[in-house]
Design a protein around this ligand. Structure first.
Ligand code: ZN
Length: 442
């Protein structure tokens, strides 16, 4: 009898009292999940309930909203979220303070969006209409409540005509960087000829003309980002090439080099290495308005495909100039993950001088459920030029040698449509955090 009554009390506590006491925590998750994104005036957002809900699942989502006419009701979309999906709606030019509080309620598979102030959630603003999209952005850190801009993969409830709409980014408060996903994807599409630019379309970056077009693009983008642009031209045997540098001055003159190669095998080179170039641009964009310890050289190397000629010339030149080169983070092919397992190469060949840097990459990877390290050793990219000079270097790259390399490698089909943008974003997010941490900690 005693045992029975104990069980009964346990039942009463867990079924009735606990849910009340701990509401709106996990006890209510079965029927209603609440996501909070609260932004303070200084652009920080808070994820009180998110951190209760599926902590460790690491849901990322996008928020978009659209203002359709001047008088509106909130649109209550019927959507059901499953774990790993992301809830999205597009933010447009809103007449209301959307960025104050955003609350997403999910009740038995139906979701509705409420925008209001914390204290008066009941008083809904009725001045904008929202449409809601479900976007799978992969799984990042749970506390990444930051709002991405693009729609890498729309799963449901989408309005196709809005796909290209670029929403205003709301900054991430967690971690030092806020990678702009829309910018990342746009840069990649432009650099690999998927989208035209003002001067035409960059069809390939292997011929002299194609390489020059790529370099001109980089110069333009670096300069738009407010970086100091330098061109380092060199000749090597019968080749003439130019590396393009975007320099972000730091508090010290110690230099961290973030690199990718700008040339290609006379193909669109979306993955090889447009993915690396767009990644370094996105990292530069996220870092440009903060004061960092180290000076960062964002470098698009030329003629990697002809024997690492650009990086060799760069290292030689910087040594001549007595530039204190601290390390190189080389970004080589970050856009292919056919099995969505998030595996990527950290290439360090167990070199002693590079272990500090490598540990940062591994640590950042371990903080992310979306990615996992697949070690490999090769000197087949620009990092080797740094190693040859005894400078720490690491490559971040897709699981190329682990059975999931881009089948369009060095082929004409290496185009944007093969790119796994979610994976690319996750890798850039990781690379950016490594760049930031290394810059601050060394
Ligand atoms: Zn490459």
């Amino acid at each position: 009898m005693k045992t029975k009554s104990k069980t009964l009390w346990k039942f009463i506590f867990f079924a009735i009292i606990a849910p009340i006491l701990f509401e709106p925590q996990k006890a209510t998750a079965a029927t209603e999940s609440q996501f909070w994104l609260k932004e303070t005036d200084n652009d920080e957002c808070r994820t009180d309930v998110l951190s209760e809900f599926e902590l460790g699942q690491g849901i990322r989502w996008q928020l978009f909203a659209e203002n359709k006419t001047s008088t509106h009701e909130f649109l209550k979309e019927k959507i059901s979220l499953k774990k790993g999906d992301a809830l999205a709606f597009t933010e447009g030019p809103l007449p209301i303070p959307l960025r104050k509080d955003i609350r997403i309620l999910k009740t038995k598979g139906h979701s509705k969006l409420i925008v209001g102030s914390t204290s008066s959630l009941e008083k809904l603003h009725t001045s904008a209409t929202f449409f809601i999209k479900i976007v799978d952005l992969g799984r990042g850190k749970a506390q990444d409540c930051g709002l991405l801009e693009t729609t890498p993969r729309i799963l449901a409830g989408s309005d196709k005509t809005k796909d290209d709409q670029i929403a205003k980014r709301i900054p991430l408060p967690f971690g030092p960087l806020k990678i702009d996903a829309a910018f990342l994807v746009q840069s990649l599409r432009e650099f690999s000829g998927d989208l035209p630019i003002a001067t035409g379309r960059i069809q390939e970056r292997g011929s002299v003309r194609g390489r020059e077009a790529g370099q001109a693009y980089l110069k333009e983008e670096f300069s738009k980002l407010g970086l100091k642009v330098e061109e380092q031209c060199f000749s090597s045997g019968s080749y003439k090439g130019c590396n393009i540098l975007g320099i972000l001055p730091g508090k010290t003159n110690q230099v961290l080099v973030v690199s990718a190669h700008a040339d290609s095998e006379k193909n669109a080179g979306a993955d090889d290495d447009g993915s690396g170039i767009s990644s370094l641009l996105a990292i530069a964009k996220s870092m440009k308005s903060s004061a960092w310890n180290m000076t960062i050289h964002f470098v698009g190397f030329d003629l990697e495909e002809r024997g690492l000629l650009g990086s060799k010339a760069y290292v030689k030149e910087q040594i001549k100039l007595k530039t204190p080169l601290k390390a190189n983070i080389n970004l080589e092919m970050l856009g292919y993950d056919s099995d969505n397992d998030g595996a990527f190469h950290v290439i360090d060949c167990r070199r002693k001088e590079s272990q500090n840097l490598v540990n940062l990459v591994k640590q950042s990877a371990s903080e992310r459920k979306s990615l996992k390290v697949s070690p490999y050793c090769t000197n087949r990219s620009d990092h080797a030029s740094f190693w040859n000079a005894g400078i720490p270097a690491v490559v971040i790259s897709q699981n190329f040698f682990g059975g999931d390399g881009n089948p369009c490698y060095h082929a004409s089909c290496d185009t944007f449509d093969k790119i796994n943008t979610t994976y690319l974003y996750n890798l850039v997010d990781l690379a950016g955090s490594v760049v930031a941490k290394f810059s601050e900690e060394n």
